[in-house]
Design a protein around this ligand. Structure first.
Ligand SMILES: CC(C)(COP(=O)(O)OP(=O)(O)OC[C@H]1O[C@@H](n2cnc3c(N)ncnc32)[C@H](O)[C@@H]1OP(=O)(O)O)[C@@H](O)C(=O)NCCC(=O)NCCS
Length: 171
């Protein structure tokens, strides 16, 4: 199952797919954007695999990651949403967000993150959604605070200390 587009004030959210390869390839190959992301910047082939995984996730789980596009021009602003965390104990599903550098600090991660999380609680059955940040990622940490995540642990993940965050379903 995939999902219908969602709208925010300035953006349209569309399930991330292989059709986004050129623009997401450019986003994920930017060293500044990927500085604090596990594994750093991605080759085009790595992005191709990531987009195929995102498509499989939408089909298998009914939730996943979204392309964030400008509501007027259709240009890619970034991507965000839920993905599996396969190797972090007690944290199977995580939220993440990546915004193109030219759009940083315009409020896009916060604006879209609220809508994506609200939508995610209708699709995902669990009561907790996690997120992982590098302790140096001050912008990422600021956004998680604004979205309502709280820091619950510091863990060694893939050889580096990372902050583990969670947000809980409101009943
Ligand atoms: C983190 C990221 C998604 C934020 O996107 P964004 O659209 O610029 O975020 P917003 O504009 O909604 O909010 C950014 C917040 O970070 C704050 N911020 C930005 N740079 C900062 C810095 N160096 N130190 C402290 N706070 C900082 C801004 O002030 C803002 O908070 P405020 O509204 O309270 O002032 C973007 O910087 C990015 O893609 N970074 C690379 C990938 C990444 O690190 N993702 C986080 C993993 S979840």
């Amino acid at each position: 199952m995939s999902a219908s587009p969602r709208r925010t004030a300035r953006t349209v959210l569309i399930p991330l797919s292989s059709a986004d390869l050129d623009e997401v390839g450019a986003l994920f190959s930017d060293d500044a954007v990927m500085e604090y992301i596990d594994g750093g910047s991605r080759s085009r082939d790595q992005t191709k695999s990531a987009l195929a995984a995102a498509e499989r996730c939408w089909r298998a789980e009914g939730w996943g990651r979204w392309a964030i596009r400008d509501a007027e021009t259709g240009g890619l602003i970034g991507e965000a949403g839920l993905h599996h965390l396969f190797d972090v104990e007690g944290a199977p599903v995580a939220f993440s967000c990546t915004i193109a550098r030219r759009h940083w600090n315009k409020g896009f991660a916060t604006e879209t993150g609220h809508v994506i999380l609200l939508d995610a609680w209708e699709r995902y059955r669990g009561d907790l959604i996690h997120s992982v940040t590098d302790p140096r990622d001050t912008a990422g940490i600021a956004v998680l605070h604004k979205l309502g995540f709280r820091m619950v642990d510091e863990r060694l993940i893939h050889g580096t200390t990372q902050k583990l965050w969670e947000i809980q379903r409101v009943r």
